[in-house]
Design a protein around this ligand. Structure first.
Ligand code: COA
Length: 270
């Protein structure tokens, strides 16, 4: 059986330029890698230059493409605007913005401090808007632009210990729909991906540590965590001409987790 990315033609993203926030690690590193592998020029953005440098080197060696790493905190509108400008200076244009930078931790609402709540809203939601706003003038020149916002399924139900992240991701999905409506006329599609539990990510280390992994696996109809490449494949599909008429849509990639989550404490295991 081929891997999730093997179904895409080599060079299908040649000539595309993408900026990926959160691209230094995890899911968004996987998306950056997939785009580069398929021919795109990619700039990865996160807070830590040393992490970006290491990832850029690895991805360059694996794909043969130049990967630009620009340090910026998405909570700082000026910093993300500078990262967008640097990408356009280096690659000449911008076709795709992927908003993947996120922060999260488990915390009961009653113990969550205002600053803890604000911090996650700032990174996930405000950062998504700041990056989209900064990229707009360049994306509208692309003629085939895409903004892809990475959200979650937390807010489809009430999720314990995740008030801050659920509120932020609900906002991100609202940004996706509203920008799709407002910016469609500028040739900009705006889509989302809502990943379920994905193996080998910082998110899962933080949110499903130790024994919680087995419990969560038992609640996933697919019977396993997803792979980073399975999210990357969805991101390639949404970027590709195959999705040219798809906008305002959030694609859930979660092995059926959110439609089948059993009552707390139960599992599908028999
Ligand atoms: N439980 C409760 N509150 C927490 C927390 C936790 N585990 N971790 C951080 N916070 C609170 C802090 O207490 C602080 O609030 P306070 O000033 O009222 O005490 C606030 O969040 C900001 O924390 P700080 O560490 O100063 O912010 P930061 O910008 O350095 O870190 C985070 C941002 C909080 C998201 C941090 O967890 C982080 O950088 N994570 C890495 C990325 C990540 O989370 N990836 C997973 C994606 S799913």
């Amino acid at each position: 059986m081929p891997g999730p990315l093997d179904v895409f033609r080599d060079g299908v993203l040649a000539g595309h330029v993408a900026l990926v926030t959160g691209g230094g690690t995890g899911i968004c590193r996987g998306i950056a890698a997939a785009y580069a592998r398929l021919g795109a020029d990619v700039c990865i953005v996160s807070r830590k230059q040393d992490v970006l440098d290491a990832t850029a080197k690895e991805l360059s060696e694996a794909t043969g493409r130049t990967i630009l790493g620009v340090a910026a905190d998405v909570r700082d509108p000026d910093a993300i605007a500078r990262a967008v400008a640097t990408t356009v200076e280096r690659f000449g244009k911008l076709d795709t913005l992927i908003n993947g930078a996120a922060g999260n931790f488990l915390a009961p609402a009653a113990a969550l401090t205002p600053n803890g709540f604000r911090t996650v809203i700032d990174i996930d939601l405000n950062g998504t808007f700041y990056a989209a706003r900064a990229a707009f003038e360049h994306l509208q020149k692309s003629g085939e632009a895409l903004i892809l916002n990475i959200s979650a399924t937390l807010h489809y139900h009430g999720t314990p210990l995740q008030l801050h992240a659920s509120a932020a991701k609900a906002g991100v999905d609202a940004v996706t729909k509203n920008l799709a409506v407002e910016w469609g006329r500028f040739g900009i599609r705006v889509c989302g991906i809502a990943p379920g539990p994905i193996a080998e990510t910082e998110g899962m280390k933080r949110l499903a540590p130790g024994e919680a992994t087995a419990k969560m696996t038992a609640a996933i109809p697919a019977g396993r965590f997803g792979a980073i490449d399975e999210i990357a494949a969805a991101a390639v599909y949404l970027r590709s001409p195959a999705a040219a008429y798809v906008t305002g849509h959030v694609l859930v990639v979660d092995g059926g987790h959110c439609v089948a989550t059993p009552p707390l404490g139960m599992s599908f295991a028999t």
